[in-house]
Write a protein that binds this ligand. Sequence first.
Ligand SMILES: NC(=O)c1ccc[n+]([C@@H]2O[C@H](COP(=O)([O-])OP(=O)(O)OC[C@H]3O[C@@H](n4cnc5c(N)ncnc54)[C@H](OP(=O)(O)O)[C@@H]3O)[C@@H](O)[C@H]2O)c1
Length: 338
Amino acid sequence: MSSPNVAVIGATGAVGQVALQILEERAFPMNSLRLCASPSSVGKKITFRGVEIEVETPTESLFKDTDIAFIAAGSSLSKIYAPLAASLDCIAIDKSSAFRMDPKVPLVVPEINANDIWAHEGIISVPNCSTTQMVMALSPLHDVNPIRRVVVDTYQSVSGTGKAAMEELQVQSSQILEGLPIKPEAYPHQIAFNALPQVETFLDDGYTTEERKMRDETRKILHSDSINISATCVRIPVPISHSEALHIEFEKPMSPSEARSLLSSFSGATVLDDPFDSKYPLASSATGRDDVFVGRIRADDSHPNGLVMWVVSDNLRKGAATNGIQIAEEIINKDHSA
Ligand SMILES: NC(=O)c1ccc[n+]([C@@H]2O[C@H](COP(=O)([O-])OP(=O)(O)OC[C@H]3O[C@@H](n4cnc5c(N)ncnc54)[C@H](OP(=O)(O)O)[C@@H]3O)[C@@H](O)[C@H]2O)c1
């Protein structure tokens, strides 16, 4: 499969649009590209590599003619289209939560567990955006000094909810500045000039589904069921890129300089850590970049084996589209070298 037939399902969405940019940037090898969205987008034209492609709806015959489908249209549609694709010999690289915890479906961050890809049975899941950037910071440290516990607080951008929420932030911000009434739709409350301690829906134990994903997906990716993780996920009025404060407890002490050195040599991570010069990762500068940025690395003065750090990443790129495309590149490169 050196030059696959590719389809993007959800091509008009926040993740789908960025996926198309990245496929262009990385000169992703492909024989053909088909773009799918909802019936209301059918007939729209999207330019890719200088050629206009007409948007269509996903069909059985499309998956039959496709080798790799990137699916970014929400969980309920993934539950229909990913198994359909797989049954027709099309590998589904799924950005939704639908199959992430299915033991038969690999959940992959290529820098960490690329080898898990080869157990796939036609569907490969891309982790939740908040999880991906966290495990990118944890993995190189965990490899040398096992992590026992992480307490994480997130500051998540509205693009994590999709294109409608991005529009709502813009419109609501102007309405509030102009003294006009607002009508929250994407979230239960006003998101402009606010911070909402709710990302997704609440479970019986008081955590949200997003917070649970951060725990369960991290354990699956790192192959470590013993890591304890307590997350508080917060939505903030930032357009793109999530930020996270991580409080990590290791088996043995780890110095900030050792952590800096391990993270600096980990592919896909960039250390930006000169606080006295006000240099640390920012959502505004991480946006449009593929790396996960780590800074404010310091000893946790409340625990002898603890470290604290600040981790920022573009949720639409490494948190979704880039990670999916990296998985596809692994598949193509392996087939090529076989
Ligand atoms: N946003 C993130 O940071 C992020 C990160 C990781 C994973 N994800 C996951 O990626 C997926 C997409 O998220 P998003 O943020 O891109 O959402 P979005 O901006 O709301 O886009 C949704 C896409 O799905 C399409 N769609 C809707 N109904 C459809 C149908 N019946 N058939 C085919 N396509 C249909 C939409 O097409 P129309 O334009 O025609 O409505 C649009 O292209 C979700 O599963 C999400 O959980 C998102």
